[in-house]
Design a protein around this ligand. Sequence first.
Ligand code: SF4
Length: 450
Amino acid sequence: MPLPVIPPELLAKYDAPGPRYTSYPPVPDWTGGVDETVYRTALASLGNGDLALYVHLPFCASRCLYCGCTATVTTRAQVVDQYLARLERELRMVTDAVGRAPVLRELHWGGGTPNFLDDAQIRRAFGLIAQAFTLADDIECSVEADPRLVTPSQLATLRALGFDRISFGVQDLDPIVQEGIGRVQPVGMVRTVVDQARAAGFRSLNVDVIYGLPHQSVTSFRDTIDEVIALNPDRIACFGYAHVPWIRPHQRRMDEQALPDRALRFELYQLAVERFTDAGYVWIGLDHFARPDDELARAADEGRLHRDFMGYTTRQSRNLIGVGVSAIGEVGDYFIQNFAHLGEWQRAVDAGLLPVTRGHKLTAEDRARGRAIRELLCNSHLDRALLPDDDGSTLDAFRAFEADGLVLIGERAITVTPTGRFFLRNLAMALDAYRKPQLGTEAPRFSRTV
Ligand code: SF4
């Protein structure tokens, strides 16, 4: 795919902190006022539509220095058993509040490292879910996995339970980068694990890659990309590294001097787009790539792509229940998040309370703006009818984007240009009522948009 040449001034202008918009409003802007009682009431009103469950399994064998997840490092298997016992209580509280065993159409295990669990713990965790919910015949089960901990029997166990999508955290395959980020996993190991997952019968295989990590160079990242292409995954998520040490202090343990500067970071992003698309992958939204016959690519092609807390998905209208420490959900008109601190989550569950720490009640305006932002991030296109009904300031902001070559404003729709595609988060910020209108005035609560 031919890439636009982006002048350094344009890059500098749009290199500002901004949300990734897996929800609107983004979590730091939630207004609160959602407690246990409100969540129970929302659960009690749950309809019969599509329902997804996210289970957070926070344990990891060691801390990767770039990590932005809620993770607990441990070597003790009994900690997992104690966690699963509390998860059972939380699941029971959820389904008691719903008043029935609702039908589950999607199940996702994230972390942390879900495959920190041994085979017996995996079976137990799945059994708890199967006990609490009615699993739809066509349920889609997906799991994140750390290649360093994968065993053939673990893959067989997951497959036997019905997991058919697996996502491996690869991030970067260069030994110097891996050393610098505290995550050493030789390419031979990754190849073996991918082969084992295929042999086990996983239908869909995703690989996560990160650009913007310390010590990455164009040459080293090109090698990583080419190795990833050779693995032939169905999907690739290529995220920009979010350096947020004020939220994740362990990130300071990396060599910050070795972080790519703005120009190099952007070059790595463009390199990924160029090589993955040249290899036949379809570029989806901000940072995903999929084989043209993959469901995600087909959904993008047909304008059915959706974005929520789980990233890009193909299912549009559904409720999402999150269980486990830090898990996020969307039920009815509410966003809900569990305590992110393990001790607080444990104390709430032990006290017989749904472990809600915060939430947000979606207003009609939130829904309208969220829809417009999703349209932009999923389809690189915005029907002008979806622009907020304001004093014209949003359209003015898009006129300024047009002057910079990021969009074309037509009579009925705004279309993102090939240059604008690299600044989707900035474009979305113009639709966000919680953001200050001037670029560069955002407090550093978010990662960089570029
Ligand atoms: S394995 Fe994943 S969740 Fe665990 S520390 Fe590393 S990046 Fe974080």
